[in-house]
Design a protein around this ligand. Structure first.
Ligand SMILES: [Zn+2]
Ligand SMILES: [Zn+2]
Length: 870
């Protein structure tokens, strides 16, 4: 056999063959489909759904090589020759054009004329009742009947088992092509055929003839438009052509297996192939997924990616690997796939960073969790117990983020048991609590309570005032309302909800808070405190301030100052997104926002903390956009046009066919229904107040605009000046970081502060901040200062670890020093025991921890105990 056919050749030959036969070449669709019923793109036909349904008719023949992600077989990947989570699928499609005869003819021609496969190597299957397909293979192609196997609906129908089990809808029989690896392979029985699972026959192509519409059990009606959908696994066919037993040995995978081997396996070990293969599969899957904008997180798609990364690391740990390495494979993957997927090369630096951050997180969880779990087990064994209680397990899980499986692994190695049942109960209780909390937090007004036929015309983009007709009124009494019962009028001082046919009030949506204002009628005056949407209607909630209001003519006017302040903040979110993408990269995508008066928060994807320089660059860029005095343009386009123009869409929003596009100069273009200023100069000023993490891979910026920004900056400056006067070495950039760290410690005060002999002792290890070594000592000093001020008299010991170096600060207060609790004394007494090097004053000493073992903090507490005993 010709072994020179590379996977790239195969891909190209297939696509050329079908293009020569009038098929339109479609590029691979993204892995993240525009289809809520799918988590990831799992087959070539996904992107052609509307052609299949006859909704689109401009193309009747198509071909593609589609990247696919499937997680159903995650546990089998690596152990078998052909399972993958990520793979490529070649396919040809007919939408009401050609059918069985041509499909089978094309397949035969491609396999035997274009590919060097021979008749004797190929077998076929058809659905047992599909005599049409059987006859085509037999009479038209000339295959002998004993090589055409008739199979049942479980393997040769799409969807599987559709006739008897459903679902209703389009379906049809399949015909499969098998490659025969030879009678000396597998079971070696003379009766072996493609229905045997011994490994002799490899399924290489599945041809689906979508000809029926199922309407109930075994009731198949013929479809007016018959379709063809075929799928050939690229890697699998390449393995056949390259004469390899496993997909992992083909030209695009073997170099990766070899590289993983080099990175992970330090010495020879038997039986490692399945782990190496799985790692290769998984790292490819996450590389492609991240390139398509899915980041590891705890939700939905992101969670799948996190799970795949952890699965790969889990495999590597079984080979004794204890450090991040997956990220090192990204450049090689990008290089191998360069021709077909050039975007990987462009994005490889970001992908590398994201994977590395996720790997570091995994290993630090394992490390911390192991220390914690060992401590717990040590205490238990002193008490002669061997079960880790549900409460302990929950604490490890909740506080340290160690999942149950890992706790079980730690426990098992030391002969401990885990109270799993109790843990499940606690977990459920916690979920229940947070559910109740969120119910409590929610506003009592729910749009879904109102089922209204009316639709309100929103005129607020152009006007701040309008005439309207009040159509319905609802009374709110003691905080309750009945959405099904209308009232004739709302009397003075009564609260209520009002529906108008026309309104300039912007209802809360897309993260932008609602307009406030008033509704005036001949009879009275209604103060609008909130505006919200119910279906296509816009409702105003508020209180009658004067007279009464009833159905009929009214004048609606919004609070212009509030609207201006909301608009300034909203346009600023667009400027911020543009700036973040310019400074950090195109992987930054909005994940949510809350737009208030001259202030907002903005959540976005990014893998790590912004450093001081990045943050400054972002801030300055937004300020530059403001200084540019760029016009903010608003246009109505069709969704397709908008996407073509590259407008950014906020994926959680639902879009109508007509969308509003907000463009600012050449740097920002977003789909957005919010209200905006006319010119960026109206925003006046911009100041980032904080930048923090809200979940893995998602950051939050809180920022201010206009006068609020100006005031906040002034306050920071003043504070810095005071600091400067006190200490000439203060680095002004770190003020913000210090505040965040102090807040973090404060939020965990119940854990980190221990009462030792009547004195509050705080010990804390910080490993997540990204201070430069030069800043560490300064940060530690300032943080202890804040904590002392805000938590009262403390004796504290703080360790900040960055780039492998531990800086400590030990601090006391004047009042404690007068009671002989002097940190200088403490350090000199215990410097040897705790491996400390440093010095300072009685209220403040600092230095380095030259060696910090796992039990450092236990030893530290013992030392404090001894010290206070004196
Ligand atoms: Zn067999
Ligand atoms: Zn917007």
């Amino acid at each position: 056999m010709d072994t020179t056919i590379t996977t790239g050749d195969l891909r190209q030959k297939f696509l050329n063959f079908f293009q020569d036969r009038k098929h339109l070449l479609f590029p691979s669709d993204t892995l993240v489909p525009d289809d809520e019923s799918l988590l990831f793109t799992s087959a070539g036909m996904n992107q052609f759904k509307s052609y299949f349904l006859g909704e689109k008719k401009d193309v009747s023949r198509a071909t593609s090589c589609q990247k696919c992600l499937r997680t159903g077989d995650l546990d089998r990947v690596g152990k078998t020759a052909y399972h993958h989570t990520f793979f490529e699928m070649l396919g040809n499609f007919s939408f009401g054009d050609y059918f069985k005869k041509e499909t089978i003819g094309f397949a035969w021609e491609f396999l035997t004329k274009i590919l060097p496969l021979e008749k004797k190597q190929l077998w076929f299957s058809v659905y047992k009742d599909d005599s049409e397909a059987f006859d085509i293979w037999k009479k038209h192609i000339g295959i002998s009947s004993d090589k055409i196997v008739k199979l049942g609906e479980e393997s040769n129908f799409w969807p599987a088992n559709a006739p008897s089990l459903g679902p209703d809808g389009p379906c049809g029989p399949c015909s499969e092509v098998f490659f025969d690896r030879g009678s000396d392979i597998g079971c070696r029985r003379s009766t072996c055929n493609p229905d045997c699972n011994c490994g002799r026959f490899v399924e290489v192509w599945n041809l689906v003839f979508t000809q029926f519409n199922r309407k109930g059990k075994n009731n198949l009606e013929l479809l007016p438009q018959k379709n063809i959908d075929t799928g050939m696994g690229l890697e699998r066919m390449a393995a056949v052509l390259q004469n390899k037993e496993s997909n992992f040995q083909i030209d695009i995978l073997a170099p990766l297996v070899e590289e993983v081997n080099k990175l992970v396996l330090k010495s020879f070990r038997p039986n490692v192939q399945s782990a190496l293969n799985a790692i290769v599969d998984h790292v490819r899957a996450v590389t492609f997924a991240i390139a398509d904008g899915v980041y590891p997180s705890n939700e939905e798609k992101g969670y799948v990616i996190r799970k795949i990364i952890r699965k790969a690391l889990h495999h590597s740990r079984s080979l004794d690997n204890k450090e991040p390495f997956l990220y090192k494979l990204v450049p090689l993957i990008a290089k191998i796939m360069e021709n077909q997927y050039p975007e990987l090369n462009q994005k490889k630096d970001n992908i590398t960073k994201i994977i590395l951050a996720e790997e570091e997180k995994y290993f630090s969880i394992i490390k911390e969790g192991k220390i914690r779990a060992n401590q717990v087990m040590k205490e238990l064994s002193e008490l002669k117990q061997d079960v880790i209680s549900a409460e302990e397990v929950f604490r490890l899980y909740d506080t340290y983020g160690v999942n149950l499986d890992l706790i079980k692994t730690f426990a098992k190695t030391k002969g401990f048991k885990v109270d799993e049942e109790g843990f499940d109960k606690l977990l459920k209780e916690q979920q229940e609590r947070s559910r109740q909390k969120s119910m409590f937090d929610e506003d009592i007004f729910k749009e879904k309570d109102f089922v209204l036929e009316e639709s309100t015309l929103f005129v607020g983009y152009q006007q701040t005032e309008s005439e309207g007709n009040l159509l319905r009124l609802f009374l709110i009494k003691d905080g309750k309302y009945n959405s099904k019962k209308e009232v004739k009028k709302l009397g003075c001082a009564e609260e209520g909800i009002v529906l108008s046919d026309i309104t300039p009030f912007y209802p809360e949506s897309g993260g932008q808070l609602a307009d406030k204002g008033q509704i005036q009628t001949k009879e009275g005056n209604f103060l609008v405190e909130k505006t919200f949407k119910a279906g296509n209607a816009i409702l105003h909630k508020g209180k009658v301030m004067e007279g009464f209001i009833k159905q009929g003519q009214a004048k609606l006017s919004i609070d212009k100052n509030r609207r201006d302040a909301l608009a300034r903040a909203h346009t600023a979110t667009h400027l911020l997104q543009a700036a973040l993408r310019q400074v950090l990269g195109e992987h930054v995508i909005q994940q949510g926002s809350l737009v208030d008066e001259d202030e907002f928060r903005f959540d976005f994807t990014h893998f790590g903390k912004l450093n001081v320089k990045e943050r400054e660059e972002v801030q300055n860029l937004v300020k530059k956009f403001i200084a540019n005095q760029d016009r903010v343009e608003k246009n109505e386009l069709s969704l397709e046009e908008a996407k073509k123009e590259g407008a950014l869409a906020f994926f959680k929003d639902k879009y109508q066919n007509k969308v509003r596009v907000i463009s600012i100069s050449s740097y920002s273009k977003e789909l957005c229904g919010g209200t905006h200023v006319e010119n960026t100069s109206f925003i006046k000023d911009f100041h980032i107040e904080s930048e923090s993490s809200i979940s893995s891979g998602i950051r939050r910026i809180k920022a201010l605009v206009a006068d609020k920004a100006c005031k906040a900056r002034e306050a920071v400056r003043q504070k810095e000046n005071i600091c400067k006067r006190e200490n000439n070495n203060v680095n002004i950039d770190i003020t913000q970081e210090v505040r965040i760290l102090a807040e973090k410690i404060k939020s965990r005060s119940s854990e980190v502060i221990k009462d030792i002999r009547g004195i509050k002792f705080l010990s804390y290890l910080d490993q997540t901040s990204t201070f430069s070594p030069k800043e560490q000592r300064q940060v530690a000093l300032e943080v202890s200062d804040i904590l002392q001020r805000e938590l009262g008299p403390l004796f504290l010991f703080l360790v900040i670890n960055t780039s492998g170096k531990d800086i400590f600060v030990c601090a006391s207060t004047k009042e404690l020093v007068s009671r002989k609790i002097n940190c200088k004394d403490f350090i000199s007494l215990f410097q040897k025991e705790l491996s400390l090097k440093g010095g300072g004053s009685p209220t403040m000493t600092s230095g380095v921890v030259s060696e910090r073992n796992n039990d450092f903090f236990i030893k530290l507490r013992e030392a404090v105990n001894k010290f206070l005993k004196q």
